[in-house]
Structure formats: C-alpha cells, structure tokens
Design a protein around this ligand. Structure first.
Ligand SMILES: C[S@@+](CC[C@H](N)C(=O)[O-])C[C@H]1O[C@@H](n2cnc3c(N)ncnc32)[C@H](O)[C@@H]1O
Length: 460
C-alpha cells in the first residue's frame, strides 16, 4: 500500500526500529470480525464462519459476516473489526446504568454496550448526522435492543438537555482514521500532516460537552481508530490538565496490547494506563482507548423531568388487546405515541424537550384506524419464549419472506388466524399475520432483499 510520505516520516520518527513492522502490517490482509448477540435466545450462528474467538471479549469472533444471511438479518451477529471490540469491553456497562454513546453511528459500540446491559437501564445512542443516525437506528432495531433511545443531536444540544445525567459516557471520536487505511484505502485521501491536529480540535469540543453530562463518579471512555498522538495520548493529557476532576483509570491489557506512550504527550507516566492496539502486534486494524472517572464533589445529581405517557383511552385498549393476545412478558417503560407510531420509552429516560429523536425507545407498532399493527422491531426484540404464538419458518420460506413474498405454510397453525411472531433459527423475526395456511408479508418494503436461496433467484 502506498502510504502518504508525511505519514511514513512521522511514524518512522515515532516508532524507530518498530516502524518497518508497522508499515508492513498495512500490506497484510484485513482482519474481519463479528460479535454474537447475547440478547437473542439463540446466538449460535448457522452459516457465519468462526475463525476463532477474539479473546478480549466474550462475544467476539474472527470471520466475515454475509450481510444477506439469516445470522445478520435476524441480528444474531454484528460485523465489527476485532480491535474496535476492545472499546466496548473497556466500557463494559452494567445492567441498570444510564449510558451515553455520544458518537454512535453505525452502532458497533452501541450494540456491544447493549450486550452488557441485557435490556436493563437506559442507553442513549447519539449521532450528529441524520443519515448515519438512520443507519444506527436500523442496527439498534435489528440487534433487538429494547432499552435504547436514538438521538440525532450535536453534543452541545445534548449537554444542554441532559446535564449530569449519565453513569457512563463513551466518546468514540471522529478522528483521522489512520487505523482504517488498510480496510479502506480511500480514507488516506483526507490525510495530511495537519489533519490529526484539526481532528484533535474537534475532539476537544466534543469532550468539553461530554464532561458536562457525567454524574459524580461516572466513567468516561474515550477511543479513536487512529495512531496519531495528537488525538490519543495528547488528548488525554489535555483532558487531565483541563479537568482536574478526571482520574485516569488503568486498563487491563491482554498480551499484544501496548501501553499508551507518555513520551508522545507531556511525559505524564499516568498515560501508560491507556491502551494502544497496533496492527503489527495484534490481529486488528488499530485503536486507542482510555478510561477515566469523574470526581466532582461539588456536583449534585440532576433530577430531570420524566417522560409522560400521552396515549388516548382507545389507544391503550388497542395495545392491551394486542399484548393480552400475544405477549407473555410486560413491556417495561413509558408508552408514548409519535403521530400514529407507538413506542415504549425506557423508564429512566428524561423528558425529550427539544431534542431531535430518531427512536424514542422500542417501536411497538402502528395505529391504523381502529387496529394496532405490531412492528418488526418488536418481533426482533422479543424472544420466541416471550410470546404466545409463533410460526417457525425454514430457510427457503425465510428467503421468500425477506424478498417480500407471501409464504405458504405446510399446515394452518392450531391457534387460528391472527398475529404470530415469525421465528427463524430459534429467533424472532418480526410479526406477521397468518390467514389459514398463509403467512402474509409484513417485512418492511425498504428492507427487502434477494437472499441467495430465494427460489426466483437467478443464481444457480
Ligand atoms: C468513529 S465514528 C463512530 C463509530 C461508532 N461508535 C461505532 O462503533 O459504530 C465517529 C462518529 O462521530 C460522528 N461525528 C462527526 N462529527 C461529530 C461532531 N462534531 N460531534 C459528534 N459526533 C461527530 C461521525 O458522524 C461518526 O459517526
């Protein structure tokens, strides 16, 4: 790979005798990986190859995900390059916490954080760019996360609305992306000698907002996918100098992972507590991670207004009828409609105020005149053991279903006509209506695709 000359000069100077191995790693094959989804009743992939476990997170595997496979479409796996998995592992939230993923799209860290939270507590996943926030929402839905709110905000506006609100904040910062050069050589076109300093200036503005949202004793996790000291050790040195309330916490590092380099910043030996993942030392593209605690004795925990339900009596009855007929578990949270869409907002969420919300919580469904129609998201979040009626489909029927076709069942289900959770490989795949021995298609039009096994596929 033809690396920029300035990049070669810089890392020759910084890495010394390690530099040739570092540069050689850019010509090695890209290391693909994925995490399995512990929120799903079955998290044993059917077709995704397992080329070994990523030892530093219980969910991580090497191997390539097929975007049109059942494993992927049912949210059982999430494609993520292995070194990025260390960020979620360091963050490691506990069930019940209030967590913010401040720059979350497309959702790698968010889905990992949700894996640890086990649907308990609140995860606010924010993305500043709308199109990316839409992709984030789709990934949150496919992963079956019920306790996430997706916002489309600037860090500044979020900090105005939710000061002192979070137990844990992850800032996976926009960066110069030097760790992406191997995976995406086009990323090199943005790079010049000044680019890391420009990115660092943006990162400082984001972090200055992030700290406003920390509760006393909360943790801040900062990460980048770049090797640039300006955005890594120097950013942590700046944080520690600017905010004496921040304590840098040690990160336990598996074999092959490097300590941060104090000599690349202000020489503070504390910086060895941060972690560097280099592609010539580990299987992965490269990352930097730091973890800090916010000690602010003067701060008092903010009490923010809760979200209030706004359903009409008729809407409550329609939802309850559906829930009584179909669900074996209660939906915990505040029921809220946006237009004719019904959501279950996680209980700990504060009033949305003027925030731009992409997903107020778990999408339960749509009110259509005097009917309620359950959503794909609900059927992806609920496990087959949590619903009363399921219809199990095979691989070919699934291929027809995601293509948008009506599916013929071998026999009519004994529970008769009505809503059923569609089940493939022991996981929920939305809800659909059964009429006789026919499964009507409720897979959203915008998501439909041609799977490899579709009968009318031209591929032989
Ligand atoms: C490294 S990516 C995040 C990757 C994501 N955490 C994941 O694991 O899938 C950085 C994100 O920061 C967003 N971003 C760009 N400018 C920003 C800003 N000024 N404030 C907050 N986020 C920003 C980008 O759109 C991008 O989605």
């Amino acid at each position: 790979m033809q690396l920029p000359t300035g990049f070669i000069e810089k890392y020759t100077r910084l890495l010394g005798e390690q530099a040739p191995a570092f540069f050689a790693s850019f010509d090695a094959p890209v290391q693909k990986g994925y995490r399995v989804n512990p929120l799903k009743e079955n998290n044993k992939p059917a077709t995704t190859p397992d080329d070994g476990s990523v030892t530093y997170t219980e969910f991580g595997h090497y191997g390539q995900v097929n975007g049109h496979s059942i494993d992927h479409a049912s949210g059982m796996v999430y494609s993520q390059e292995p070194s990025a998995m260390f960020v979620g592992e360091v963050a490691h939230p506990h069930p019940g916490e209030i967590v913010l993923d401040l720059s979350a799209a497309p959702g790698g860290k968010t889905t990992h954080l949700a894996s640890f939270m086990r649907q308990e507590g609140l995860l606010v996943s924010n993305e500043i760019f709308k199109k990316r926030a839409q992709v984030l929402t789709e990934n949150v839905e496919r992963f079956g996360i019920s306790n996430a709110v997706v916002t489309n905000e600037s860090p500044e506006r979020l900090a105005q609305q939710l000061p002192g609100f979070f137990d844990r904040i992850v800032v996976d910062a926009p960066c110069s992306g030097e760790g992406m050069f191997r995976k995406d050589p086009a990323a090199m076109q943005y790079w010049d000698e000044d680019y890391p300093a420009k990115c660092a200036a943006l990162q400082r503005t984001i972090l200055a907002e992030a700290v406003k949202m920390l509760k006393p004793d909360a943790e801040l996790i900062y990460s980048t996918c770049t090797f640039a000291p300006e955005e890594d050790e120097q950013m942590i040195a700046w944080l520690l100098a600017t905010y004496p309330q921040l304590e840098l916490l040690p990160i336990e590092k598996p074999v092959g992972m490097d300590d941060g380099r104090p000599e690349w910043a202000d020489g503070n030996p504390e910086l060895t507590k941060t972690a560097r993942l280099f592609p010539h030392h580990m299987n992965g593209e490269g990352h930097f991670v730091a973890k800090m605690r916010w000690h602010d004795e003067t701060a008092t925990e903010q009490k923010l207004k809760p979200v209030k339900t706004n359903l009409t009596k008729e809407q409550i009855v329609l939802w309850q009828d559906f829930a009584n007929d179909n669900l074996l578990v209660p939906m915990v949270g505040t029921l809220l409609t946006f237009g004719d869409q019904l959501y279950c907002v996680p209980s700990q969420m504060a009033d949305f105020g003027h925030l731009s919300i992409m997903r107020p919580g778990l999408h339960l469904g749509t009110y259509k005149k005097k009917r309620f129609e359950p959503s794909l998201a609900l059927g992806l979040a609920l496990q087959p053991s949590q619903v009363k009626k399921t219809v199990v489909i095979d691989d070919q029927q699934w291929a027809n279903y995601v293509h948008g076709d009506t599916v013929s069942l071998a026999t009519a289900p004994v529970d008769g006509n009505g809503w059923y959770e569609v089940v493939i490989n022991d996981n929920g795949f939305g809800f659909a209506k059964v009429v006789g021995a026919t499964l009507k298609n409720f897979y959203p039009k915008g998501l439909r695709f041609l799977a490899a096994t579709t009968q009318n596929s031209n591929d032989e």
